[in-house]
Design a protein around this ligand. Structure first.
Ligand code: NZQ
Ligand code: ZN
Length: 391
């Protein structure tokens, strides 16, 4: 069955290497007082900070800065940013960085307009929805999360050991600048983790019980092939513009809502991974790479095999004459090889120093006390089993 859906993603994209002159005019639409947010300093090392400041000064903006946003961004950074917006009467926020910076900035923009603690947007007992936010513009420096073109964000609270995501339309960036050259300096490791994240965003939709929009299947398979083709090139040749450009645009389209096409199936690997990052502060994409092939093996049975067959044949070019189960296993094996051999990511949680101590709690939290109603319904025990398969 094809469900009705609304597609409405009004993010203006400035794509390419000579777009920064549009920054001033774009920001001016939203006001004069800008809060520039960024992470641990990579934007200074790559020279982007100076270029941005030059544009902002030339256009006469009043600039305020908040740096130090962590990978797996913390609620304290959000609190700080929201407070700064209030104190300095900020008109617009400019997030320069990867998903962590953009995510945190979204909730600063929302926190700026409320009187309560921004953690109330996440706290499972409250879950206050974001109804309004200050305008946000982003300059992306890492292809992975798609935060530049979606309305979601994921924030960690080290005190409660939670990492929780939420999506609200008011936090959609007004515009995003996607210059592939800004990703030339992304390390091979972060490039690989970014690729695993992009692929996972596609898998969460592709491996679905609603399978009717053939056009979107083809689109998703094209996105997957793009990531599989260009990630090793970007790792080998970090300044390969074609590779970086393909990954950048793929990251946005993997999660901007287009591929959903009315499929409302909840995600599976992401809730499981967020618990790993919450407790062990690991890189999101790495956690996904380790979990995904195990999750696939766990879900594979006679009711799901045809999806893996399509994936194996169309994405990895596996011989369609083989038995369906053989194709499915081969497809999962080829994905594992891609993650752990081609991209050289660590393949087990044990290698990250993680043991089963917290698995039961993490599994309980990831299913929210019920069932993950994804491709295959997963209860707490199922999630715990999948974590154990990753050891
Ligand atoms: O902090 P800085 O110094 O900027 O360094 C970062 C950071 O150490 C570095 N980096 C970024 N751009 C660089 C660079 N280094 C060199 N050159 C550049 N051009 O890379 C490191 C990782 O950055 P981060 O922003 O954490 O990575 P990513 O973009 O993968 O974001 C991950 C976060 O996004 C969340 C994840 O859970 C995680 O917290 N997600 C957000 C989503 C969304 N908004 O829709 C969806 C995703 O599924 C994901 O959950
Ligand atoms: Zn993700």
């Amino acid at each position: 069955m094809i469900n009705d859906f609304i597609y409405d993603i009004p993010v203006r994209i400035y794509f390419g290497k000579d777009q920064l002159s549009n920054l001033g005019p774009e920001l001016k639409k939203w006001g004069k007082r800008v809060l520039l947010t960024y992470g641990g300093g990579s934007i200074k090392r790559i020279g982007l900070y100076d270029k941005v400041i030059k544009e902002l000064k030339a256009a006469d903006f009043e600039i305020f800065e908040l740096s130090g946003i962590e990978p797996n961004p913390r609620i304290d950074s959000v609190r700080k940013g929201a407070q700064m917006c209030k104190e300095h009467k900020i008109d617009v926020l400019l997030a320069v960085g990867g998903g962590s910076t953009i995510d945190a900035t979204k909730f600063m923009a929302a926190g700026a307009l409320v009187d309560f603690d921004p953690w109330d947007f996440f706290d499972v007992t409250k879950r206050v929805p974001v109804k309004k936010a200050l305008p946000i513009v982003s300059i992306l420096t890492l292809s992975a999360t798609g935060s530049e073109m979606d309305c979601g964000g994921v924030i960690s609270n080290p005190e409660t050991k939670d990492k929780i995501g939420a999506m609200y339309p008011p936090m959609l960036p007004k515009a995003s600048f996607l210059d592939p050259t800004n990703t030339f300096t992304v390390s091979p490791y972060q490039t690989a983790c970014g690729a695993a994240d992009i692929l996972s965003h596609i898998f969460e939709v592709y491996f679905n019980v609603n399978l009717d929009l053939y056009m979107l299947d083809c689109f998703m398979e094209g996105l997957m092939k793009t990531v599989i083709k260009y990630t090793p090139i970007a790792m080998r040749e970090p300044e390969n513009y074609e590779a970086r450009a393909n990954l950048m645009w793929a990251s946005s389209w993997a999660i901007n809502g287009f591929i959903d096409g009315g499929k409302r199936q909840p995600w599976s690997c992401h809730p499981m991974e967020h618990e790993l990052s919450a407790v062990y502060d690991i890189t999101h994409g790495l956690g996904l790479a380790i979990l995904t092939p195990r999750w696939m093996e766990y879900c594979l049975d006679q009711t799901t095999v045809s999806r893996f067959v399509q994936f194996g044949i169309n994405v990895f070019g596996i011989d369609s004459c083989l038995e369906p189960m053989a194709i499915a296993h081969k497809a999962i094996e080829m994905l594992s090889n891609f993650f752990f051999k081609t991209l050289e990511l660590k393949s087990t949680l044990t290698e990250l120093g993680i043991d089963s101590t917290h698995f039961a709690t993490m599994a309980r939290k990831s299913v929210g006390g019920g069932t993950l109603k994804g491709f295959k319904p997963l209860k707490q025990q199922d999630v715990e089993n999948i974590y154990k398969m990753c050891l």
